[in-house]
Design a protein around this ligand. Structure first.
Ligand code: PLP
Length: 299
């Protein structure tokens, strides 16, 4: 499946003046700003401490994918970080306005909400729409993936809630370091595993496995993000009469999986073509059908 990529589309930035219920409502709650000019203060806790939450929303042919689940997850992440509740109506309108101002096409729209400038009680928010990166190669040829130990047990969300597992917070330095480690090993991406031997997620993606006619994903109570794309993958599977299971997945199951995908909002899904050096089969027909469904071009 080919996607159009509006590589020429300039970025669109909207600053959200009323990002949460703690800031006074002021219609429409956001305004356009220059994406190439400085906009965030150096004392913003999002910058100095990575203290904030975000979403990245995929847009195909001008249509945002899973907009409501993304807004719901933004609200959930904010609650986990004890941030004031985001104004979903303002964020929704800002995302749609950014897509309109960008001229539609295939985009990546990032919504960021931080704890704001130190010493103020005001959060900072913005929406940035950019041309979607070209994911054709990953989708068609697949990814070389290595497993990396995430360094905590699969019950981390229960034992250590202060680690904020399950929230999409802006401190992604560890996730980016894991991707660099993968590259240094000659791979493209990562699947994290827990110290007690379970499959978790990728640094920027959910993991889905196929065993015969069943699609399986690690259960989200293991301190991993509830993926909006993975949820759509299961809707697709159900529409094809396949079974779906969200449960703890022992690493051994990954080692024997017939097919593995990494799924996320802009990439949609990319098959894993090798795992720790072992070649995996790529079911192109199923991957194409899945991509068509995720892009909203399916049946
Ligand atoms: N897990 C992590 C750690 C992520 O960063 C992401 C997306 O960036 C996902 C899973 C997939 O989530 P979604 O499909 O909602 O993009």
């Amino acid at each position: 499946m080919s996607h159009t990529t509006n590589t020429s589309a300039p970025p669109v930035l909207l600053l959200v003046d009323a990002p949460t219920v703690a800031e006074p409502a002021r219609a429409p709650g956001f305004r356009a700003a220059d994406p190439h000019a400085p906009q965030v203060q150096v004392t913003d806790l999002g910058v100095s401490r990575g203290d904030g939450v975000f979403e990245t929303i995929g847009v195909v042919a001008g249509r945002p994918l899973q907009l409501e689940p993304h807004l719901t997850r933004l609200t959930h992440s904010a609650a986990v970080l004890d941030l004031p509740a985001p104004r979903a109506d303002v964020w929704r309108a800002a995302v749609l306005a950014a897509i309109g101002a960008a001229g539609g096409g295939d985009l990546s729209v990032k919504t960021v909400l931080t704890r704001g400038v130190e010493g103020t009680d005001r959060c900072t928010g913005w929406v940035l729409a950019t041309a979607a990166p070209d994911m054709t190669r990953a989708r068609q040829h697949g990814l070389r993936v290595v497993t990396l130990d995430r360094g905590y047990s699969s019950d981390v969300a229960v034992t250590s809630p202060w680690l904020l597992q399950g929230a999409k917070y802006t401190s992604y330095a560890v996730n980016m370091a894991a991707l660099r480690e993968a590259r240094s090993r000659g791979a493209d991406d990562v699947i994290f595993t827990s110290t007690d031997g379970y499959v978790l997620e990728g640094p920027t993606a959910s993991v889905v496995l196929r065993a015969a006619e069943t699609l399986i994903t690690p259960a989200t109570d293991q301190g991993i993000l509830a993926g909006t794309t993975q949820s759509e993958v299961f809707t697709f599977a159900a529409s094809r009469g396949m079974r779906t299971e969200a449960r703890p997945v022992p690493v051994a199951e990954l080692e024997h999986a017939e097919q593995v995908w990494l799924c996320s909002s802009v990439r949609l899904c990319a098959p894993v073509r090798s795992l720790d050096g072992r070649e995996l089969t790529v079911d192109r027909e199923l991957t194409e059908a899945l991509l068509a469904h995720l892009a909203g071009r399916g049946e």
